[in-house]
Structure formats: structure tokens, C-alpha cells
Ligand binder design. Structure first.
Ligand code: DC
Length: 228
């Protein structure tokens, strides 16, 4: 069997819906590989921020991608990422999770050329025995032949509460109201961009994780996958 035949479960949804946690646990339960595509966009954003003060000039952002060569490594705490500057590799895992990086990621992700240049890197994660991929366009663009497509969502208040908890654990703090505003802005940008917007596909299994436990969500996906 060629690597392109490896089955994919695609999990798409808005920021903070719990995709990362659910995808990691699901991959572990199935013994499959994991692609956190948001980390690919965050690494791209960090690379652009390193050389540009302003991300509003699309042509400058695209030009900054010359020499972009991130390295990813799966770890128990999530993905670890390294960028190369002047032939020197440096780890950027800690910077990946800040709100500044998330905001920049949402901006560079709206540029079609950036999205196209990241396709091969994302598809290279597709290896046997299978891949759980989470993001915004996993089922619509990157892996349209996924065996199962999940649209994972939650109310914006619930997502903001989860994000606040994560940030606090990492020593960053912000108010709930500010997080709700940031999430709404990012949702709006991700859903309304012209290229590969966040959409709920008609064939996707919709799960609203508000009030549901992580294990409950993972079990629901496994049950549906076993029936596929
Ligand atoms: O999932 P995340 O919060 O780590 O993603 C960061 C940003 O990257 C998000 O605002 C939108 C963008 N993104 C995307 O456009 N497509 C993906 N497949 C994954 C993330």
C-alpha cells in the first residue's frame, strides 16, 4: 500500500473548540500519526514576524517565505517546532502558543500563496497506519478524501474559558472579555477569507463540545469511524 493510501480523519473547527486535545487523544487511541496544521501556520507566522514588522503587505509576506524550512517533532506535550535562521536552528515551540502568534497566523493564513506553499509540508504527515489531522481546511482542501470528516465546535464563551485556562497554565494572562473579542475576530477572518475558509462540510460529523468531556468526544468519533 502506498503512503497516499493511509486513511485520514480530518477534524476542522473554530479556534479553541478543543481540536488539538481531541486530535492528540484520538491519534493515541488509534496508534495513528498526528498533524496539528495550526502549528504549521503558527510557525509560518513566526518566520514572517522575524523579518517583517507589518504583516499587511501580502507581497512582502510571500517574499519572506524564501528559505522557510520548519522542522516538526511530535512530543507528549504536543508538537515541537524549530525554524532555521542563517543556517542556525532554533526551537520556537514556546512562542508558538502566544496570542500574538495566533493572530499573526490567522493573517498569513489568509494569503493564498502562503497556503499553497504549505500544502506539501502538511500532506507529508500522511503515513501508514493513518493520520489524524486538525485545522480549518483538512477535510475541504488538504485531505478531501479523508475517511471521516469532523466539524468540532463549541460556544465562543466556552472556547474563551478554555483558552484562558491554557494561557494561565503557561503563565500568560488576559481577560475573558478580551479573549471572546479575539476569538470572534479570528473566527470572522478564518470563515470569511476567500481562500480555503473554515466551512462545515455537508458530509462532516458535527460535534458541539460545549459541556462534553474529552473522552466522550473521542469515543463518539471512534464509534462513527468504526461504522465507516
Ligand atoms: O488552530 P490554531 O489556533 O493553532 O490556528 C492558528 C491560525 O492558523 C488560525 O487562526 C487559522 C490558521 N489555520 C488555517 O488557516 N488553516 C489551518 N488548517 C490551520 C490553521
Amino acid at each position: 500500500m502506498s503512503s497516499s493510501a493511509a486513511p485520514v480523519i480530518a477534524i476542522d473547527g473554530p479556534s479553541g473548540a478543543g481540536k488539538g486535545t481531541i486530535a492528540a487523544l484520538l491519534a493515541e487511541r488509534l496508534g495513528w500519526h498526528l498533524l496539528d496544521s495550526g502549528a504549521v501556520y503558527r510557525a509560518a507566522a513566526l518566520h514572517a514576524l522575524d523579518s517583517l514588522a507589518d504583516l499587511s503587505d501580502d507581497a512582502a509576506v510571500v517574499a519572506a517565505f524564501e528559505g522557510f524550512a520548519p522542522r516538526f517533532e511530535a512530543s507528549a506535550e504536543g508538537v515541537r517546532v524549530w525554524l532555521t535562521d542563517a543556517a542556525e536552528e532554533r526551537e520556537v515551540t514556546a512562542q508558538l502558543r502566544t496570542e500574538r502568534t495566533a493572530d499573526a497566523a490567522s493573517r498569513v493564513a489568509a494569503i493564498p500563496h502562503v497556503r499553497a506553499s504549505l500544502l506539501d509540508a502538511q500532506r507529508s504527515f500522511r503515513v501508514l497506519p493513518g493520520l489524524v489531522a486538525d485545522g480549518r481546511d483538512m477535510g475541504s482542501v488538504v485531505f478531501p478524501d479523508a475517511v471521516l470528516k469532523v466539524f468540532l465546535t463549541a460556544s465562543v464563551e466556552e472556547r474563551a474559558r478554555r483558552r484562558a485556562k491554557q494561557l494561565k497554565e503557561k503563565g500568560n494572562s488576559t481577560t475573558l472579555a478580551a479573549l471572546v473579542k479575539e476569538l470572534e475576530l479570528r473566527d470572522e477572518r478564518d470563515a470569511n477569507r476567500r481562500h480555503a475558509p473554515l466551512v462545515q462540510l455537508p458530509e462532516a460529523l458535527r460535534i458541539d463540545s460545549s459541556g462534553l468531556g474529552v473522552d466522550e468526544v473521542v469515543q463518539r468519533i471512534i464509534d462513527v469511524h468504526e461504522r465507516c
